[in-house]
Design a protein around this ligand. Sequence first.
Ligand SMILES: O=C(O)C(=O)C[C@]1(C(=O)O)C=C[C@@H](O)C=C1
Length: 360
Amino acid sequence: MNDDTLKSIRARIDGIDDRILALINERAAAAAEVAHAKQAAGESGDYYRPAREAEVLRRIRDANAGPLTDADVTRLFREVMSACLALQRPLTVAFLGPQGTFTQEAALKHFGHSIESSPLDNIDAVFREVESGEAAYGVVPVENSTEGMVTHTLDRLLSSPLQIVGEVEMPVVHSLATRAPEIAAIRRIYSHSQGFAQCRAWVDRHLPGVERIPVASTAEAARLASLDETAAAIASESAAERYELPVMQAAMQDGSRNATRFLVLGRESPEPTGEDKTSLVIARENRPGGLAGLLAPLARYGLNMTRLESRPSPEGMWEYVFFVDLLGHAEDPDLKRALGEMQKLASLLKVLGSYPRSIT
Ligand SMILES: O=C(O)C(=O)C[C@]1(C(=O)O)C=C[C@@H](O)C=C1
């Protein structure tokens, strides 16, 4: 390509960038106007509106004519909204830390990068931080496609006054990261127990007999491996990067479709968007047909159940509570009626939240 052609295309790109810049700032000013209107109307709390954000992102995806992919435009507009909101007041978001965990990636995917992040040691601490109001929102893992439910999150939801206000689904890709010059030099591997479970076949095949040391997070595993040339970590590529660990084997997880679902916790339920999910926990006295009867109203109203999970009840031995995910919002007329009928039969019915379905 000759120099003149390159120069002229770049001049055109500069012109486009100037227009994008002016438009983004015009958008930020409009978002600030919304904030003032909310203030004038006496609305308290933060200005984050999960239902509106889902609507904005879905509209952009529908309007996208390419060549950028839907995932790319979603990510770009997510960041624009994040910056607009931060101009009003940055959100504090607590998540299962430390920095570099998959949960942090999920928090950034959901809220964008213009947040004040609060990495905490464990799932319980994330719940407490949001319950006390120290953080506006929290992000915790709830389910992995290979390893199943994160039971601690389910148990904590049962007792918490918090609402689920969103969900994030993320592909989980593990790397073997190490400062060792070759695989034969690795004497120990650090990871979170879920990291080991999700990479068991690869490790059995390539590193049999090597000591496996479970630690609190994959990010902590990367930190420890960065201190020892004979150690490796099973962690995300971003955690490896954070601790300047070379990646020896990328995408080492068993099963190429390894994904984790995360929940976003807040204090108020978002409004219906037309594409929502509702999470419940239910129980009924133990008797034949008890659960089937309790779920019958869902079938009668044609509601779609996407998950049913049992957990031991805190009330007694060999008693169970059931976690149910449904498509729809608790304020949708059919779901509302079904919940009303279930309430009459249930010994426990708690709506954990209605929230926009994840936008991937
Ligand atoms: O529409 C609103 O309520 C806004 O505050 C504006 C806006 C946006 O940038 O589009 C910003 C923050 C909210 O979370 C949702 C949307």
